[in-house]
Write a protein that binds this ligand. Structure first.
Ligand SMILES: Nc1nc2c(ncn2[C@@H]2O[C@H](COP(=O)(O)OP(=O)(O)OP(=O)(O)O)[C@@H](O)[C@H]2O)c(=O)[nH]1
Ligand SMILES: [Mg+2]
Length: 365
């Protein structure tokens, strides 16, 4: 699962990247280096996973992870002007979700953007650019499809694609992202290769001042109501502080957070929200060797879950032994749940639920 950080210049993308991945990429106070892309992987915090580990004492653990990319779509400050377009987002086309970072912090080092700090305005601007980038791609493609139609060289697949693209174009023309358009499975298949950016799940991230953490401000209220109207998750985070916290060792971090009265670092919340926004769920396999979280789409059948583990296991599938997380938690482990009669035997068509503890019985072992 890949999440791309996007945003206007100097909104704090690299600072946030460091906070999320505990990396230490250099922050350029004035202008950034061209073509610098940072990649990192972060475990998704999940208390259910932690519980599975706690009761199973495995040799190895494998939590769900998110891959984070910083710099996939970044404006080059040396050109001193904002330049967008279809190519601008090329570096984040293969992402599964986008996190839009919005500057909401004052700084004595960084001049305020023209028109002053206004994260809502910036959100609207970049979201508009995402729509435009998709429109440009669609218009280019429609032109070719139309040409083939006029020349009577259009295949039935192309005719269907043209219909789908026209439907999407109408939606974009009314300033709605593709994300909010309901598409048939065929539509989705026809447009998959375009990797439209406004179709991706989007998370808004307000990069706020340390002082704003527990305070309200008109600019944040405006952004909150915008996020609500747009039905988008919004996370407020002080990237600079989070980066400092992320560089501490675990003990130090715990002490610091409890002194601040913070239960969970904001970066953990952001990672969880990003993971949830992707629309995926987790199931767990627990054993002495390994406890592992597996990421699947909602609605995946047991045999699909088996396939995720290994194609061989799916091929030789007999039954899935399943314990719901609540039962697993209440009983305190696999054997305990089983003795309490909480283990169910499910067939291939069972739809795996979020948090299920699963063991696939197959004819090989
Ligand atoms: N006060 C304050 N400064 C911040 C915060 N986040 C980032 N900064 C500062 O803002 C400047 C830009 O931060 P970066 O993380 O480099 O921003 P960026 O979005 O990666 O910038 P580009 O890659 O150049 O587009 C740096 O001087 C940071 O120290 C914050 O939460 N508070
Ligand atoms: Mg940067």
């Amino acid at each position: 699962m890949k999440v791309g950080l996007i945003g206007l210049p100097e909104c704090g993308k690299t600072t946030l990247f460091n906070a999320l991945t505990r990396a230490n990429e250099s922050i350029h106070a004035y202008g950034s280096h061209k073509d610098e892309v940072h990649l990192g992987s972060v475990p998704v915090p999940d208390p259910r996973f932690d519980f599975c580990v706690e009761v199973s004492h495995p040799k190895k653990i494998a939590p769900a992870t998110l891959d984070i990319t910083d710099g996939g779509a970044r404006i080059d400050l040396e050109e001193k002007r904002e330049k967008f377009g279809a190519d601008f987002f090329a570096g984040v086309r293969n992402m599964d979700a986008l996190a839009l970072i919005l500057r909401a912090f004052q700084s004595e080092f960084l001049p305020e953007p023209g028109g002053g700090l206004d994260p809502r305005r910036d959100a609207e601007k970049i979201m508009g650019e995402l729509l435009l980038a998709d429109l440009m791609v669609i218009e280019g493609r429609l032109e070719r499809l139309e040409k083939n139609r006029i020349l009577k060289r259009q295949t039935p697949a192309e005719a269907a694609e043209e219909q789908t693209l026209l439907k999407i174009k109408t939606h974009l023309d009314s300033l709605q992202p593709i994300r909010t358009l309901s598409l048939t499975d065929d539509d989705t298949k026809a447009i998959k290769s375009f990797a439209f950016v406004s179709a991706k799940p989007l998370i808004l991230v307000a990069n706020i001042d340390e002082e704003s953490i527990s305070q309200d401000s008109p600019m944040l209220s405006s952004l909150r109501s915008f996020a609500e109207d747009q039905n988008l998750p919004l996370v407020e985070i002080c990237a600079k502080l989070e980066m400092e916290v992320s560089q501490m060792d675990q003990e130090e971090e715990k002490e610091f957070l409890s002194a601040m009265g913070i239960e969970e670092p904001a970066r953990d919340r952001l990672i969880r929200i990003a993971y949830a926004a992707l629309g995926y769920i987790s199931f767990f396999t627990v054993g002495e060797d390994e406890v592992k979280a597996w990421t699947i789409r909602q609605g995946t059948h047991a045999v699909g879950a088996a396939e995720k583990i290994h194609t061989d296991i799916a091929r030789t599938f007999i039954r899935a032994e399943v314990i719901s997380f609540d039962d697993f938690h209440a009983c305190g482990g696999w054997d305990e749940s089983r003795s309490a009669g909480k283990m169910r035997l499910e067939g291939k068509d069972y739809i795996v639920k979020d948090g299920d503890i699963v063991h696939i019985r197959n004819s090989k072992g």
